[in-house]
Design a protein around this ligand. Structure first.
Ligand SMILES: *[C@@H]1O[C@H](CO)[C@@H](O)[C@H](O)[C@H]1NC(C)=O
Ligand SMILES: *[C@@H]1O[C@H](CO)[C@@H](O)[C@H](O)[C@H]1NC(C)=O
Ligand SMILES: *[C@@H]1O[C@H](CO)[C@@H](O)[C@H](O)[C@H]1NC(C)=O
Ligand SMILES: *[C@@H]1O[C@H](CO)[C@@H](O)[C@H](O)[C@H]1NC(C)=O
Length: 371
């Protein structure tokens, strides 16, 4: 190693250490903020701009209910056998000619395959699900919580996505250089089932506690203990620095509002992107998380089917507006987070039995500012 490359290597290692520590503090601060009055997490924000013209999903004319990108090179607008080579050349050209504080990334946003909670929600209907059953883990015969797993159908959906990747490899599709994944089993299994026969570790799959579905008391969204996940997913890296505690720190929370979720995911995205020098970045998560990711990127509305994947080309810049706040209650009368509601057993919809919940509800979602 030359002196210069050792220097570069050690700066990168230092940066990695700092960002890990920063992430840890933020997660811990988040937990403590539920009890204390100290300021909410403040972080330096990134600005994203979606580049249209690369993938059909960013075109207003593409109907997400009927379009199947898995049979259409994931939606790539270039055609012919050199399509992915031309794409990679274009992205490299953009990065090589970008100012120092600008970079271009290709995000592969993947949704988990069908889980048992998806089947249960469909069985009970959305209302009965949101009003009662989501807070339970089973109905006596069928189990979806804690930590809903993939169904057989879900696994075959994921294999279809895996096969779509495999079909593009001969044409030079750029594979993910890093994976970020939600800590919930359905996303972890989706990641592993998609990639283990192609390439996994490397590139390293990193769990991000904040990439989980909308915060709530939905029992299917209660993650398994860290030790169990480490054993079940040996290919996946779970933070060992204390930021990924044995018991799920984020369940048992108020039902999150759309605004709250958008703030959380923007924060998580900025941290992940700022800490990655990679250009091709995969994130495996949930429909709600992907919705908030697309909102953060400024992408047009797009819904993914289970095991779907949407590629997005984005320009990333520092947000000159500087610092942003995460989970800042915008209600001036709410001086203390302690004023936020506590978990209690109550009826949340007329005609349904009581469930353990907290916070206020509007059409199944929480009410800002309680996240
Ligand atoms: C329990 O739920 C499953 C699907 O979620 C359904 O097929 C089954 O009929 C339900 N059983 C009862 C006793 O309601
Ligand atoms: C990112 O940095 C690491 C060193 O921390 C290096 O090994 C890797 O090749 C870099 N990746 C890219 C895509 O530049
Ligand atoms: C995200 O979800 C909201 C609420 O369902 C919807 O109005 C919005 O269009 C979605 N945004 C994207 C980018 O998909
Ligand atoms: C609510 O939580 C308490 C304490 O964990 C428990 O004893 C009770 O059975 C729960 N109630 C319901 C309706 O699930």
């Amino acid at each position: 190693m030359t002196f210069l490359s050792s220097l570069l290597f050690f700066s990168i290692v230092l940066l990695a250490i700092f960002s890990t520590v920063f992430g840890l503090e933020e997660v811990l601060a988040f937990q403590e903020n539920r009890q204390e009055t100290r300021p909410f997490g403040v972080y330096s924000a990134l600005k994203y701009t979606v580049l249209d013209g690369f993938f059909r999903q960013s075109d207003d004319g593409t109907d997400d209910r009927t379009y199947d990108p898995l049979t259409d090179s994931f939606g790539l607008q270039y055609s012919g056998p050199r399509r992915w080579e031309r794409f990679v050349e274009h992205i490299s050209f953009l990065n090589e000619n970008a100012p120092v504080d600008v970079s271009y990334k290709v995000l592969y946003l993947a949704r988990h395959g069908q889980g048992h909670h998806n089947v249960a929600e469909h069985h009970f209907g959305n209302e009965a699900w949101e009003c009662y059953w989501a807070m339970k883990g089973n109905n006596g015969t069928y189990h979806w919580g804690p930590d809903a797993r993939l169904t057989e159908k879900g696994i075959s959906e994921v294999h279809r996505t895996r096969d779509a990747w495999k079909s593009q490899i001969p044409f030079g599709v750029p594979l993910p250089q890093i994976h970020f994944v939600s800590p919930l089993s359905r996303s972890l299994s989706t990641l592993v089932e998609t990639w283990k026969t192609i390439a996994l570790d490397p590139p390293r799959p990193l769990v991000n506690e904040l990439l989980r579905e909308t915060l709530s008391l939905h029992y299917g969204d209660h993650r398994s203990p860290a030790s169990e996940l480490r054993e079940r997913y040996p290919e996946v890296y779970f933070p060992m620095d204390g930021s990924f505690p044995e018991e799920d720190p984020l369940w048992n929370y108020h039902r999150e509002s759309l605004q709250g979720r958008n703030g959380r995911i923007k924060y998580a995205m900025d941290n992940m992107i700022a800490a990655s020098n990679e250009t091709y970045i995969s994130m495996t998560s949930h429909s709600g998380v992907i919705n908030s990711t697309l909102v953060a990127l400024g992408h047009r509305p797009y819904n993914l089917q289970t095991a779907g994947m949407i590629p997005v080309v984005v320009k990333v810049e520092r947000d000159r507006g500087g610092l942003q706040k995460w989970f800042q209650p915008n209600n001036p009368s709410l001086k203390n987070v302690d004023d936020s509601p506590r978990v209690e057993e109550r009826v949340i919809c007329d005609g349904y039995p009581p469930v353990n919940v907290s916070g206020l509800y509007e059409s199944g979602m929480g009410v800002w500012p309680w996240s």
